[in-house]
Design a protein around this ligand. Structure first.
Ligand SMILES: CC(C)(COP(=O)(O)OP(=O)(O)OC[C@H]1O[C@@H](n2cnc3c(N)ncnc32)[C@H](O)[C@@H]1OP(=O)(O)O)[C@@H](O)C(=O)NCCC(=O)NCCS
Length: 170
């Protein structure tokens, strides 16, 4: 588990604390987040109780806790890599802060945690997320068919993107 504060130009990523339940509840109950993340109570529970391989951060802009980002690290030497997930409250979307938070975490995973490859797997129809990830340097790998169940109970496709260490944009 990563237990450091990471600082970008406009964002600060700090590890989730036990008293963050209210902050996380607000983030995951935002309809524009729940649309992609699913059941808010479950997302909050998972963020408060990460697995050993997972690290969870609140994203702050100034003093405002406006988002959540997490990574999961695979330590099997044959398949070592890290994956990332992110959610910003809707009033903080569309300002380029998502790509900045991802870049901040990606830099740490590559430089300090020595990962050579990162992955991210949005719904294939989440165009905004895909654009944001491509802006950081992620490249589409392919469609994962009927990968994820949406809030309406139906399966939809996911898009796997990956980024090799040298591809992280400055
Ligand atoms: C996905 C997310 C992290 C992107 O972060 P962001 O800070 O909003 O991203 P940006 O401001 O860089 O916008 C990304 C792109 O989408 C475009 N965009 C903005 N609002 C949009 C919308 N409603 N629909 C489609 N595209 C949109 C932006 O113009 C930008 O395009 P560009 O790179 O060509 O300029 C953030 O919007 C978010 O948390 N959304 C809700 C939860 C979510 O979808 N999480 C991802 C699950 S995998």
């Amino acid at each position: 588990m990563i237990d450091v504060v990471l600082t970008g130009r406009r964002v600060r990523l700090r590890p989730v604390k036990p008293e963050d339940q209210g902050i996380l509840t607000r983030i995951f109950n935002d309809p524009e987040v729940a649309q992609w993340w699913g059941e808010p109570a479950r997302s909050v529970r998972d963020a408060m109780n990460p697995e050993d391989s997972e690290s969870c951060f609140v994203i702050e802009a100034g003093t405002e806790p406006m988002g959540f980002i997490q990574c999961s690290e695979e330590d099997d030497p044959m398949y070592e890599h890290a994956s990332i997930d992110i959610a910003l409250r809707s009033d903080w979307q569309g300002k380029g802060l998502g790509p900045e938070a991802i870049k901040t975490l990606a830099e740490h995973l590559i430089t300090d945690r020595r990962h050579h490859r990162l992955t991210i797997d949005p719904a294939a129809h989440n165009t905004r997320a895909i654009k944001a990830y491509e802006r950081v340097g992620f490249k589409p790998v392919g469609i994962m068919r009927k990968y994820e169940r949406g809030p309406d109970g139906t399966w939809h496709d996911g898009l796997l993107l990956d980024l090799l260490a040298a591809e992280l944009k400055a």
